[in-house]
Design a protein around this ligand. Structure first.
Ligand SMILES: *Cc1c(COP(=O)(O)O)cnc(C)c1O
Length: 426
């Protein structure tokens, strides 16, 4: 009898995990992250990436030397332009060109900037199309934008797992100003074909705005090749930028002079230190800034983002596909008979790097996994546990351990001692 934490080493599937890890050869990258508890299986890299050891050193330096000693002189000693290089690193990660990505604000704020700018660039059209798998913040933003321009949001209905592609295409018409979707949806992990939907929207004369929060760093489809107009996304998920690290904004270069950032501020001005009372936007992507860059957060974000850019998203995608295929097989063998349902597309091409498993007791199981079995994953209402596999540091052996611990927690019914009432940050 193994303990609830394992090791679960006496099986063919464990041997297979080791050999898949040897093939993936990502150990040198994993070693660059802080790991205080080797027994913990962390499956939330899609929500808050791990801490790169280099970020600890860099933030220490920025605090001690740049802030503590150099004080305000640091603005001229690198702070003012520090975001530019990082924007170009994110550009390479999402398949954009240098000068097409700015680092700024939160994803929600950036979505507001781009959605309103896009709708205003399509005067006479009143409709924004989205669907019911999108992230709540995106709905709030799109509703707010529709309210500001006197338009409306059309919400297309899905089956709860797969993007309703045909229904979206049917909804996009000559009254549509903007189509706004998550590239990889936050709950089921369904992942759109960026190019296919973008072309459909373009054929109807609409602009497309993709939220790449759950795809940046793990999906290799580039915005450039797909002809994407606009995108936003988080840097604290698979890009390992740290809690609340500034988000990114992508505007295709030929659209930059045609779209106007509605959140105006001096950081988007052509000559900020002239302190003019009239707003004159700077040329290029910097016009999508508003206020002062959070230098500490920006510093913390750099090592994680640069690591992803260095490894290359093509390689990360290959590892991610392998991790999910392995998880799916273990799910079918070990968990399917315990009341779980696989709530993620079965087609590897149509999913990101996380999966959702539905179970009637999902909330109690999620709590027990953290409290009894050292598996950190999250609960997404009404009945899903969500497992993120960050290919930079999640190993096949972690997938194996987590599936075995989930099996143990459910079979032993230890989850019954946890409250059924949902509370706190899930
Ligand atoms: C995580 C996430 C967000 C979060 O936005 P913030 O403004 O950074 O809090 C937005 N959209 C999607 C699709 C997400 O997954």
């Amino acid at each position: 009898m193994t303990s609830k934490l394992g090791p679960f080493t006496d099986s063919a599937s464990h041997d297979e995990a080791l050999s898949l890890d040897a093939t993936a050869a990502m150990g040198q990258w994993r070693d660059q992250f802080v790991e205080s508890d080797p027994d913990l299986v962390y499956l939330l890299g899609n929500s808050l990436g791990r801490l790169p050891a280099a970020a600890v050193d860099l933030v220490g330096h920025v605090v001690d030397v740049e802030w503590g000693d150099r004080l305000i002189r640091s603005w001229n000693e690198g702070w003012w332009d520090r975001h530019v290089e990082l924007g170009d690193s994110v550009a390479s990660i999402i398949g954009a060109e240098p000068g097409e990505v700015a680092i700024s604000d939160s994803t929600s704020v950036n979505l507001h900037k781009l959605a309103l700018a896009a709708v205003r660039a399509r005067p006479g059209r009143t409709k924004i199309v989205t669907e019911d798998l999108n992230f709540p913040s995106d709905y709030y933003v799109l509703d707010s934008v529709a309210e500001l321009v006197g338009g409306r949001v059309e919400m297309v209905t899905s089956d709860g797992i797969h993007g309703p592609v045909d229904e979206l295409i049917a909804a996009i018409d000559e009254d549509t100003a903007l189509v706004s979707l998550s590239h990889t949806v936050f709950k089921s992990g369904y992942t759109y074909d960026l190019g296919a939907l973008t072309s459909e929207a373009h054929a109807a004369g609409a602009l497309v705005l993709w939220d790449m929060s759950h795809s940046a760093g793990v999906i290799a489809d580039g915005v450039g090749r797909a002809g994407v107009d606009l995108a936003v996304g988080c840097t604290y998920k698979y890009l390992n930028g740290g809690p609340g690290s500034p988000a990114f904004v992508y505007v295709r270069s030929d659209l930059q002079s045609m779209l106007h950032n509605p959140v105006r501020g001096w950081w988007g001005h052509d000559d900020p230190f002239a302190f003019e009372s009239a707003y004159r936007p700077v040329d290029g992507i910097r016009a999508f800034h508003a206020g002062t860059m959070p230098i500490l957060s920006l510093s913390a974000a750099r090592p994680g983002i640069e690591m992803i850019a260095d490894v290359g998203v093509g390689r990360l995608r290959d590892v991610s596909v392998s991790l999910l295929a392995f998880a799916e097989r273990l799910f079918d063998d070990e968990l399917a008979d315990l009341g779980f349902r696989w709530n993620t597309p079965r087609d590897p091409a149509r999913r990101g790097s996380h999966v959702s498993l539905a179970h009637n007791n999902a909330w109690q199981i999620a709590q027990a996994l953290e409290g009894e079995a050292k598996v950190l994953l999250d609960f997404r209402a009404p009945d899903n546990i969500r497992l993120g596999f960050a290919p930079l540091y999640t190993r096949h052996v972690d997938v194996h351990t987590s599936m075995m611990r989930i099996r143990h927690v459910v079979e032993s019914e230890v989850w019954r001692k946890y409250p059924a009432t949902i509370a706190g940050v899930t």
